[in-house]
Design a protein around this ligand. Structure first.
Ligand code: TNX
Length: 531
């Protein structure tokens, strides 16, 4: 073990110095007269903490290679990820840690795991761009991965074909020192009201990762459908997955599908949070296993959009042994620290039963090694400090939970709900929390939005996308983009950098990526979209 990690280290070390040597010993290397650039003008979203321009350029071309620190902790994979994205954008084949440094190499990008530079947060990174080299320094793979996203945004759409005998993509030189404001930057997708395929979810993860989100919360069950295979309770998907809003055929993820999503997200440094919503929002579960039902009414499949009519029978022990199996199976294939129990809008659950339910389910979640998350209603119960409360509506719940030591996720419906219409003309979306045009989505401060909630209690922000009115990627993207890009900046960038006019102009320059990704974004008139 010791020996092989020494060997690895030696290998990468060697590559790095061979490269330096090759680059240094090229007498005939022609000096390129780079045109002036300005790194501070790059339309980066989220805006980095600190940017210093040195007004020259790094010419990304076929003679560039990527070198990474030690293989063991994801750095080489991140190098490959960058190489794939460079190829996708520019067509260039950039080698990662080539075993022999060929004479043609002129420039390198070094993804460097460092412990010598003071980088404060787990996702902090530095980007140093010079004529012949780019260093991405981070203490962690997470930080290196965030740094890669910044670098991707700096690669221009078009190459310069006049400076040398081959095309160069000019990256402005300078230094970026960056770190997130919040450790938790999340989006939620409701795959219960309408089902979204593994590929559709992957595409969303790609877009979220590009904007430095680090969490995706999947709302996996609701009245209209149960979307994840539970091997010990097969009817949940045989019966409960066959419906969705509007009467479509539904669908579900096998455990293998779910694991594929978890792994895909993990490669992008995104953590999945699974949610099984309960004790309300459970018609599909009770339809599959009627002993779970606590509302006394005959069960029928539900494909409408009302809420608050279903409940589990919170007084029955059998309900908790069922939940022990369900939570156990999902927890065992979820590497992230959280399990979301929903807990919202349980309007037909007697209050005492609701409270007892949350407290018992919290124990089950903890028994399976996870931290409980729930919508703000769970704060009515006596929950553990380690449990997290997600604020969507009732601020007093958040303040109470914070007072007892819990962390809060800010997802206030009237600001952060991606399923609210932009305006009365929006072709998708709801409006119960109001219209959320692109500027309203951006112009608020999650740290001060809830009066009386200390900053230190805020874990981060999440933008939920409920799917009553959407059923495919194009419709999802219409609601999520561009607003999700604004939430990415609210979650990452410090308050001094939040400025609507500046953001609006940077956003307008993101059309090439959005088009290349085939994103059906809503072309808000508040933004000058680059043609
Ligand atoms: C309220 S937000 C709900 C969801 C709906 C959503 C529609 C929350 C915790 N519950 O069940 O889908 O509104 O906007």
């Amino acid at each position: 073990m010791m020996q092989s990690s020494f060997h690895m280290f030696g290998k990468v070390f060697n590559i790095f110095f061979t490269v330096l040597l090759v680059i240094a010993c090229q007498p005939e290397k022609k000096k390129i007269n780079y045109p002036p650039t300005d790194l501070t003008k790059a339309p980066l979203i989220p805006k980095p903490e600190k940017t210093i321009a040195t007004n020259s350029a790094f010419g990304l071309d076929e003679n560039t290679i990527i070198v990474t620190s030690e293989n063991s902790n994801g750095f080489e994979r991140i190098g490959q990820f960058l190489s794939e994205k460079v190829k996708w954008q520019t067509g260039l084949d950039i080698a990662v840690n080539p075993l022999e440094a060929s004479k043609a190499i002129e420039r390198f990008i070094f993804i460097n795991k460092t412990d010598t530079i003071s980088l404060k947060k787990p996702e902090s990174y530095q980007l140093l761009i010079k004529n012949d080299s780019i260093f991405i320094n981070s203490n962690t793979a997470d930080g290196a991965f965030r740094g890669i996203q910044t670098l991707r945004q700096l690669i221009p759409e078009k190459s310069n074909d006049t400076l040398t005998n081959h095309p160069l993509w000019l990256i402005p030189t300078g230094k970026i020192i960056d770190q997130p404001k919040f450790q938790f930057r999340s989006a939620m997708l409701d795959v219960a009201r309408h089902f979204f395929t593994v590929d559709e979810v992957k595409k969303y993860i790609d877009l979220l990762a590009y904007y430095k989100y680090n969490t995706l919360h999947l709302h996996l069950s609701d009245d209209q459908g149960w979307r994840i295979q539970i091997k010990s309770w097969p009817k949940l998907t045989e019966i409960g997955a066959a419906t969705e809003v509007g009467g479509g055929s539904g669908g579900f993820y096998t455990q293998e599908d779910y694991q594929e999503l978890v792994a895909y997200a993990a490669e992008r440094y995104v953590t999945i949070i699974p949610e099984i919503d309960m004790p309300g929002h459970t018609n599909a579960a009770s339809l599959s296993y009627p002993f779970l039902n606590g509302n006394g009414k005959t069960l029928k499949p539900y494909t409408g959009t009302r809420v608050g009519f279903s409940t589990f029978a919170t007084q029955k022990d059998t309900v908790y042994s069922f939940l022990d199996d369900v939570i156990g199976e999902i927890a065992s294939i979820t590497p992230g620290p959280y399990f979301h129990i929903g807990g919202d809008e349980s309007h037909v659950t007697p209050k005492k039963g609701y409270i007892r339910f949350v407290e018992r389910v919290e124990q089950i979640v903890q028994k399976h090694g996870k931290r409980m998350v729930g919508w703000n209603e769970i704060a009515q119960a006596d929950i553990d400090q380690s449990s997290v409360v997600q604020l969507w509506r009732d601020k007093k719940h958040a303040i109470k939970a914070a007072g007892n030591g819990s962390k809060i996720i800010i997802s206030c419906a009237e600001k952060a709900y991606l399923d609210m219409k932009y305006d009365s003309l929006s072709v998708h979306g709801l409006d119960w929390a109001g219209h959320i045009p692109v500027d309203t989505a951006y112009l608020w401060n999650p740290e001060t939005y809830v009066e009386g909630l200390p900053k230190s209690s805020i874990l981060g922000i999440e933008a939920p996308l409920w799917s009553e009115t959407i059923s495919n990627s194009a419709e999802l993207e219409y609601l999520a983009f561009p607003r999700a890009i604004g939430y990415a900046e609210l979650g990452w960038s410090s308050v001094e950098h939040l400025d609507w006019d500046g953001y609006r102009q940077r956003l307008g320059q993101h059309t090439p990526l959005l088009k290349r990704m085939h994103v059906n974004y809503y072309p808000s008139k508040l933004v000058d979209w680059k043609k």
